[in-house]
Design a binder for this molecule. Sequence first.
Ligand code: BGP
Length: 471
Amino acid sequence: MNKLPDNFLWGGAVAANQVEGGWNKGGKGVSVSDVMTAGNKGAERKITDGVIDGYYYPNHEASDFYSQYKQDIALFHEMGFKCFRTSIAWTRIFPKGDETGPNEEGLKFYDDMFDECLKYGIEPVVTISHFEMPYHLVKEYGGWRNRKLIDFFINYCEVVFKRFSKKVKYWMTFNEINMIVRKPWKPGGIQINENENKLQAEYQAAHYMLVASAKAVKIGKAINPEFIIGCMFLHPTSYAATCSPDDVLAHVKKLQNAYMFLDVSVRGKYPNSYYKFLEKNKLLIQTLPEDEAVLKEGTVDYIGFSYYSSSIVIANPSNQDKSKGNEISGYKNPLLPASEWGWQIDPVGLRITLNWMYDKYQIPLFIVENGLGAIDTLEEDRSIHDNYRIDYFRKHIEEMKKAVLEDGVDLIGYTPWGCIDLVSAGTGEMKKRYGFIYVDRDDKGNGSFKRYKKDSFYWYKEVIKTNGEIL
Ligand code: BGP
C-alpha cells in the first residue's frame, strides 16, 4: 500500500474572523478580533477599547468572503477540495454572547454557506470558537477568567449543533486551545492587568475552556451520535538544542506542559505533572467537584492540530536570538531556513510531530493548519508565481505521506491554512499571504477584493486529483 486512503480529506482552512469581513452585517456583534488594529513584523497589533473611529481594523472587511463565498467555494471545488475547514463566528449567532436566543440571520448565513459546500460534495469541518468570541463577554464578564463563560459557550454550541446537525459532521471546539496560556487575548478575551498574576489568569481560563470543550463534546454526541468532534492544538514542535541531558530535560518539560491540554481532551484527566506545575508556581485553580466527571465524559474523537515550524529548547539560555514562531516562541535552530516572518521551515518536523502525537494518544489526527506566509507579486497579466509556497507544501506533504505510509499514523486529512488569502491573526497584515487564491487587498484597506489563481492553485489541484501521488 503506497497510497493515502481514498477517503483522505484534502482541503483548505480559514477562520470566520480572518476571511469573512461583514463585521457588522446581518446583526453580527463585535468580536475580540474586531477591536484589533493592524500591526506588522515589528509592531504588535493594538487592542482598542471597543471599535474607535480613526483606527484601521483589518478584520472588519477581511477578504469579503461574507459576500463572495459562493464564488470562493466554487474555486475550492475547482481545486478538488474534499473538505473545507472554517469557523462559525460566535458573534453572528450570539452578537453579545449572553442572549438567550440566537440571531436567525447569522444562522441563515451558515446554512447557505454549508449548503454551497455540500452542493459540491465538500465536507464542512467546523471550529466552534476561533479567535472571535463576543467582545461584550470580555467587558461584562472578564472573558474566560469567568466560569459563566462555560454556560454561554454551551448555549451557543447547542444552537449550532442542532441547527447544522444534518450539514456538519466534523467539529472542533476551540482553535489552538493551548494558546490561552501564552497569548490569551484572541482565544480567551483576556488582557493581563497590571498586578495580575499572568499564569494564574491563564491556567484558570484554560481549565474553564477544557471543561467547556468536554461539555460541548458530550452535548454534541447527544444531539447527533454521528458527529466527529475533535480538539485543536497548536503543536509546539521543538528539539533539545544539544544532547546535554539538561537541554533534553528542558525539552521534555516544555512538551509535557503543552501536552496537558491533550491529556485532558483525549484521556479526560490532567497529568500529575500539571499538579506539580501548579504547586511550583503557587497557582490555585478554582474547580467544581463535578468537573472531574465532565472531563472524563467529554473526550474527543480526534486531534486537530496546526503545524508551521519548529524551534529549539535551551536549558540555560544566554543571549541567543529568539526565533519568531507561531505565537509560541522558541530559540532559533541554526540548521533550518526561515520564512520572511522568521518562522523556521521544517518539513521533517511535521513527520516527527505526527509520530509523537500518534504514539502517545493513538487516536486519529487531522492536520488542520500548515502553510507559508509570504509576500506574493501580482504580475501584470494577473498571474502569481509562488513556487516558494509550492516548495513548502511539496516538502511537508512528502513528510506527511511518510508518516502515514511508512510509520502507520492514522491521519484523517490535510487542510492548508489560509487557502484563500486572509488577514494574518498575528500581525493583522494582508501581505502575509497563505492562499492558493490571491485576494486583491492591501494592508491599508485598498483593493478590489478580486480573486486570482496562483501557480500553487494549479499545483494543489493536481496533488488532490492524484491523492498526493504527484507532488
Ligand atoms: C494560527 C491560527 C490561525 C492563523 C495561523 C497563521 O495560530 O490558528 O488563525 O492565523 O496561525 O498565523 P498568522 O496569521 O499570524 O500568520
